[in-house]
Write a protein that binds this ligand. Structure first.
Ligand code: SF4
Length: 616
């Protein structure tokens, strides 16, 4: 009977150059659905304990979900691995057109293990999979290598994921560039790909994705599209993309300014949607099958960075490479963004590393040179640092290319308060002072500092209702339950694999209708919460097994010691007692012991059967 799974996983052992096709066991579909769920369980089962993230034993897993490549709106794909930045579970999501092509090539997931003796790329087309020598493109940037491979294959229709020099050099926050403008950005999946000598994956599929009940699917699809059109949040994204969040984050005191030393910036208006549209925007663009089209293509036509076309700068990048560095010219920020994309570095971590260096120079912990003035507002220095990080060039490039946690440890204790990270992952662009629920979401996110594993800031900063009551920003009570609930739902729907922005419109009930119609399942909306809770325990087991230190489940010292200097939450910080209260409450709600370990009852209650093992 038709359904939207391809029912096939491809395993490539790069050390042996071998290919192996396997059928996913039925319990994988039933208990883990796809995307994040499959990735979490596969990683736990196939990566040996304490494996070096950059060693051949680590796995790099590209995953789709049961709705990827169907007409369901705003669906994506993801990559799961053990992160070289945090040494924990990592899931990183990407939109565009590469994800659907995995299914058109015939697979639900592609798993890489081992290490190729020489640089290669994976090619899959109607002849099946093959490994192709890639010595000639090793060293090329992520965007150029996409073009080189298409030209070599003589076919523009291949969908390609590549790494840039940062991935080749194993910078632990190197990204994977999917086609030329969608990135699996956070946590260093690009470095894992580089460590395997895998330069790229080029896919051109001809398989069809089935739908179990087309009539029901069409009805659910109309409902989903209407929900998106009616949603105020989605309407906002259609109008401005995430650049519209720059001024919101500034007004609410959440935007990073000068390495998070403040939560407001005089530059916000220049970097928001209005500021960017005056300098950059040309037209909207969308991922596969997405009616929101939150992206905008932009051209830099004037000034020293003139003459390139790029995606306009989305919120995280505008903040981390803009206000956070005190750089207010959107053309300069677009240039830095483009450099990161070409060299293959996560813009959030890059922004945090550069602001760390600028502040370390202010404090006398790093020194400027005649050629490199480490000072806030210096876009040229920021560009130079991005190059140095990607190529691990010179002592400063080597220092920063490790990420802020290790860089601070190397510089000494005076540098540690400047290192804005949790569990080794650099902070994204939403300061949590005045919104403690967001602080808790950061502390407990399964891949380190991440705003996408639960975003209570959306409630706390606006007073939006949750369970029929407006959420009060400063209150601690109830925040653990809010975070628990948001994390579970997002993890559950990350198995589909949905885009978070689509989920601002599409309701859980409609996702359930789409899934049932596509696969023949018979689930209710609450399924996603239950599934998410199960997965949250699986990633926890993995992280604890890999030595995650519970004492690292805390906010950077700046948010604890320094009250916010301006904005509506001026004077607020998240104290040690606040953190203790929030974590204690959270562990209890999760059914974890005081050391944050899932109890046996919790594993049983959440339906985790450790005897079910995924094997390659
Ligand atoms: S909302 Fe934006 S990021 Fe999400 S799928 Fe649509 S175009 Fe892609």
């Amino acid at each position: 009977m038709a359904h939207s799974y391809m029912n096939q996983i491809l395993h490539i052992n790069l050390s042996k150059g071998s290919f192996h096709h396997l059928e996913p066991p039925a319990w994988m579909r039933e208990n883990y659905l796809g995307g994040k769920g499959w990735g979490a369980k596969m990683l736990l089962d196939i990566v040996p304990e304490n494996a070096d993230p950059l060693g051949p034993e680590n796995a790099l897993i590209f995953l789709t979900g049961p709705l990827t490549a169907t007409p369901a709106p705003a669906m994506r794909a993801c990559v799961v691995t053990k992160s070289p930045l945090t040494n924990t579970f990592l899931d990183s999501y990407f939109g565009g057109y590469f994800g659907p092509e995995i299914k058109y090539a015939g697979y639900d997931a592609i798993v890489f293990t081992g290490k190729s003796p020489d640089p290669v790329f994976l090619q899959i087309d109607h002849n099946g999979p093959s490994l192709v020598p890639a010595k000639d493109i090793w060293g090329q940037d992520a965007i150029k290598s996409n073009k080189s491979i298409k030209s070599r294959l003589g076919d523009e229709n291949f969908k390609i994921a590549t790494i840039g020099p940062a991935g080749e050099n194993k910078v632990p926050f190197a990204l994977i560039c999917c086609e030329t403008n969608r990135q699996a950005g956070r946590g260093g999946a690009g470095a894992v790909m580089g460590s395997k000598n895998l330069k790229a994956i080029a896919l051109k599929g001809d398989k069809l994705v089935g739908i179990h009940d087309q009539k029901k699917f069409n009805l659910a699809l109309s409902k989903a599209n209407k929900e998106i059109q009616d949603s105020l949040e989605c309407q906002g994204l259609m109008a401005t993309g995430t650049a519209g969040s720059v001024e919101f984050a500034n007004e609410t005191g959440l935007i990073p300014f000068r390495n998070f030393s403040d939560g407001t910036s005089p530059l916000a208006a220049k970097l928001g949607d209005k500021g960017q549209s005056q300098k950059l925007w040309l037209s909207r663009s969308a991922c596969f099958g997405c009616p929101i089209a939150c992206s905008q293509m932009g051209a830099v036509r004037t000034g020293r960075y003139a003459s390139f076309v790029t995606d306009i700068v989305e919120y995280e990048t505008a903040a981390m490479l803009g206000t956070n560095l005190d750089i207010g010219d959107p053309r300069a920020v677009a240039h830095l963004n483009r450099l990161c994309d070409e060299l293959g570095i996560d813009t959030i971590s890059a922004g945090a590393c550069i602001s760390f260096a600028f502040e370390a120079a202010v404090k006398g912990l790093l020194k400027s040179t005649d050629d490199l003035k480490l000072e806030f507002g210096n876009a040229k220095a920021a560009a130079d640092l991005i190059e140095m990080i990607a190529h691990k060039k010179g002592p400063l490039g080597k220092l920063l290319s490790q990420g802020v946690k290790k860089a601070a440890q190397e510089l000494g204790y005076e540098a540690e308060p400047l290192a804005m990270h949790i569990k080794g992952m650099e902070m994204p662009a939403w300061g949590p002072r005045g919104i403690p629920g967001m602080g808790l979401a950061y502390m407990t996110a399964d891949r380190g500092a991440c705003h996408q594993r639960g975003f209570p800031a959306g409630y706390e900063a606006t007073g939006m209702e949750w369970k029929g009551k407006p959420v009060k920003a400063l209150e601690l009570e109830g925040k653990a339950e809010l975070v628990f609930s948001l994390q579970n739902y997002l993890a559950g729907t990350d198995c589909l694999v949905k885009c978070d922005f689509g989920a601002m419109g599409v309701t859980p009930e409609t996702y359930a209708l789409l899934l049932n119609a596509a696969t023949g399942s018979n689930i209710q909306a609450s399924f996603f919460d239950e599934l998410g809770e199960r997965i949250w325990n699986i990633t926890r087991i993995f992280n604890l097994r890999e030595g995650m230190d519970i004492n690292d489940e805390r906010l950077p010292r700046r948010f604890v010691d320094e009250p916010l200097p301006s904005g509506p939450h001026k004077g607020h910080r998240i104290t040690e007692d606040d953190m203790k209260y929030l974590l204690k409450d959270y562990y209890q709600i999760r059914g974890w012991d005081e050391k944050g370990r899932p109890t046996l009852e919790t594993l049983e209650k959440t339906g985790i059967r450790l005897d079910d093992k995924f094997r390659l």
